[in-house]
Design a protein around this ligand. Sequence first.
Ligand code: PMV
Length: 399
Amino acid sequence: MLKPIGEGNSRLARSDWLGGRKKPPLLRTRELGYGVLERLGFGNRAPEATGLPGAMLSEVLLVSAPGKVILHGEHAVVHGKVALAVALNLRTFLRLQPHSNGRVGLNLPNIGVRRAWDVASLQLLDTSFLGHGDSAALTAKHVEKLKEVVGFPKDCVDPEHLAVLAFLYLYLSICQSQRWTEENLELINKWAFQGERVIHGNPSGVDNAVSTWGGALRYQQGKISSLKRPPVLKILLINTKVPRSTKVLVANVRSRLLKFPEIVAPLLTSIDAISLECERVLGEMAAAPTPEHYLTLEELIDMNQHHLNALGVGHASLDQLCQVTTAHGLHSKLTGAGGGGCGITLLRPDVERPEVEATKRALSGYGFDCWETSVGAPGVSVHTAASLDASVQQGLDSL
Ligand code: PMV
């Protein structure tokens, strides 16, 4: 099991969060608050000029958390099976900046959200229904009530509204939480889980866990363990740009399981076995990776992709993605909920650079977005402005 903060395995020391202060910056005063969230790329290499007024730097909190993919076990994990999830070297950066203008703003450039509220008006909202920092208590009713209180349409399900709702839920709840001084990775993970619940309804918890702790995790029914020394795997992360609802896809798998228990339960058991076999192979690879290991990983990818299709979470765009990469001798599967969304392609070390570039071009030719990245990145992290990668800094400055 992962140890809680302060017990030696955390990259995010409590003192980093607190910065010598009694409370974290977000909560230092009810008047402040300015969240800027942007997926800006990855890395935090060369110190660069920040472009921010020096006097403000001590007031700005820069944090990042990795994107993630599920290697194996999506959907099965919702039914108590094992999932293997890995953090990516593609990070989402968050800049929290105190303001004294009495407004709290949220800027999510990637999904075109830019909103601001008067803190005073937020304080007037009756949020007593949110409870007092019990981050396990969110229900669908809370979300409905929150929509009503903040004036959103009852039936809004688009990602922009849901992202704003998740932010407001966390902002309002954390601000009234009496237990914030106990914050640590466990708490970050719990709050992230609540954000997931606002958006997905009934998530397994694997996504928030891997983005909190990073690395490579085995997750089953809330029990998390880190894979020791997972090998560096290069992958392509491909976004088909086909929108889908995780909530709906998870519900569809549940219906199929209820309709055809004799057929679907063995599929879930088989996916569980694929996750366990992948974990075993990754363990062996830590010592000495061989070409055979990569071939086994590819076979597991293919089998799981077929199972996921049988569960009904495939999509024509994902078939296309698999065909394109097969034509280049590479193996792919959907990752996450399916029904569109993203896929991953394993890049064996023996694949030559021109082949990788040709695959990426072919995928782009079908209108897919494609990132070349590696798995096993650090979890949620705090940064100083000077340590940020130039592209991240430029992105933040251009907001
Ligand atoms: O679509 P994503 O990336 O949020 O992943 C969903 C993964 C599922 O297993 C389908 C659902 C879950 O909560 O684990």
